[in-house]
Ligand binder design. Structure first.
Ligand code: NAI
Length: 476
């Protein structure tokens, strides 16, 4: 701990937004403190979000493939079993390795880490901010800083008629740590969390029903991609119930009974051992001292309001990540952290919100960047579309994973790439090329003329770019 507890910058929250901001600030020569209420650094993403879910997705997919696909490769096995305890232990090991990594990174940059809940003390007219840190069983501590960044993230949305009991009616946190595979799992909401965790438990043998309010899974994503995913998940055994509103849930002897209403007004009942409510997340800034410091926020959504430099309505207090708005993604928070700190240091950085990729780690994966066809039509923007299937790709065939396609959308006049949507193997990795092209204002022709190694999955993106002008080579 520094002798002097006055800092150039105090960051509240050590998730991907906060800890990245702290590291970048330290690189720029600032004297930095970071305050985290949890004992573990890394926030939701590392501890109860992106990382543990990816660990479970990988283990469950390996098991599912061993049972269902090894025989396609001529590999014979005895009966394949899994050990849920070991799966969970491995998940914990992955998480703790990364959490330790964040700790080392902060230490290496001489960032002071404080454990406790932070409260910015109101101090009218005073430029330096004082932050009080409280922790159960410990004496309150105060540190001060020239600037403060709020990076306190988000928490799951609760349905008023279906409160969490964190045992049977659960958030994603509990659904990442079930001690047994639930015989029947109901997932409310077919967004990223619902589909990823629904997939995990379905692969391990749970009978999974996903109930979605809207007429498509993954609302807001490319409709064609969403429809294809719907077919694929159904084949994998997920029961997808669309256009259906959950009204309540009763605990009965036989288990939980969820009452829902279809669009035509018909009432329907579903039974389960566990109900995962994944209907979105909301910003979290309780106790930070938003109101007392005159920081404005949106009354309806709860998001803290910021300007282009991420400064809130209170001078020298900034906010980044989930707490300021959608999309609630770790990589968006990280970049906001970097840009915010660089702007404080006088570097004219900016974030291109049109080039933020989105990924859902189902099997196959889905990834997207830029505009969807639906958005382009709404904007009355004239566009061309090129599509190519993984079925005609050598590497995908060799992998035995040919389900899916790449769609490239380009401006009709300038050929500028406006959006790329992928459903297919390793979509999460393939999307990076499209992000780079959009970031640089590149065209479909740029992708089409770029040499792609053969045989690779990335050739599907090249062929889709060629298809924008009807000249893909490997299609009939
Ligand atoms: P989401 O916003 O992605 O999806 C929520 C779904 O619930 C929507 O389809 C919505 O129509 C539906 N819904 C809302 N109210 C409902 C109701 N009463 N009954 C039935 N359906 C209802 O939210 P989700 O999946 O909880 O994820 C939260 C946040 O975390 C999102 O911002 C997401 O982007 C992020 N996240 C990202 C991941 C990734 O990048 N792979 C993984 C997990 C989460």
């Amino acid at each position: 701990m520094a002798q002097d507890s006055t800092y150039d910058l105090i960051v509240i929250g050590a998730g991907p937004g906060g800890y990245v901001a702290a590291i970048r600030a330290a690189q720029l020569g600032m004297n930095v403190a970071i305050i985290e209420r949890s004992r573990n650094l890394g926030g939701t993403c590392l501890n109860i979000g992106c990382i543990p879910s990816k660990a479970l997705l990988e283990s469950s997919e390996l098991y599912y493939s061993s049972v269902n696909h090894l025989k396609d490769h001529g590999i014979k096995t005895g009966s394949v079993k899994f050990d849920l305890q070991r799966i969970m232990d491995r998940k914990k090991e992955v998480v703790s390795q990364l959490v330790r990594g964040v700790s080392s990174l902060l230490k290496a940059r001489s960032v002071d880490v404080y454990t406790g809940s932070a409260h910015i003390l109101p101090a009218e007219g005073q430029k330096t901010k004082t932050v009080e840190i409280s922790r159960r069983g410990a004496k309150k501590q105060q540190i001060s800083g020239a600037k403060v960044i709020i990076a306190t993230g988000s928490i799951p949305v609760e349905l008023s008629f279906l409160p969490f009991d964190f045992k049977d009616i659960v958030t994603s946190t509990e659904a990442l740590s079930f001690e047994q595979v639930p015989e029947k799992l109901i997932v409310i909401g077919a967004g990223a969390i619902g589909l990823e965790l629904g997939s995990v438990w379905a692969r391990l043998g749970s009978e999974v029903t996903v109930i979605e309010l809207l007429p498509q899974i993954m609302p807001g994503w490319d409709v064609q991609v969403s429809r294809r995913m719907n077919q694929i998940l159904k084949k994998q055994g997920l029961n997808l119930v669309l256009d259906t509103k959950v009204l309540g849930c009763e605990k009965k002897k036989a288990g939980l009974q969820v009452r829902a209403e279809r669009k035509d007004g018909k009432e329907e009942f579903f039974t389960a051992n566990k109900v995962l409510v994944s209907v979105g997340r909301k910003p979290f800034h309780e106790g930070v001292g938003i109101a007392e410091n005159g920081i404005q926020w949106d009354e309806r959504t709860g998001f803290v309001k910021v300007d282009k430099r991420y400064q809130t309505s209170a001078e020298n207090i900034f906010a980044i990540g989930d707490v300021i708005g959608e999309p609630m993604l770790a990589h968006k928070a990280e970049e906001e952290g970097v840009v915010c700190v660089e702007r404080i240091a006088g570097i004219p950085a900016e974030l291109n919100y049109n080039a933020i990729p989105g990924v859902i780690y189902t099997a196959p994966e889905i990834a997207s960047v830029g505009k969807t066809e639906e958005q382009l039509r709404e904007d009355e923007r004239e566009y061309k579309r090129g599509m190519f299937s993984f079925k005609a790709n050598g590497r995908a065939l060799a992998l035995g994973s040919t389900n899916g396609f790449v769609k490239v959308l380009a401006d009709s006049r300038t050929d500028e790439v406006l959006g790329v949507h992928i459903i297919g193997p390793r979509a999460s990795e393939l999307i990076s090329e499209a992000v780079t092209v959009i970031e640089y204002g590149g065209s479909a022709e740029d992708i089409a003329r770029t040499i792609h190694a053969h045989p690779t999955l990335a050739e599907v993106l090249k062929e889709a770019a060629l298809a924008v002008d009807g000249r893909s080579i490997h299609s009939l």
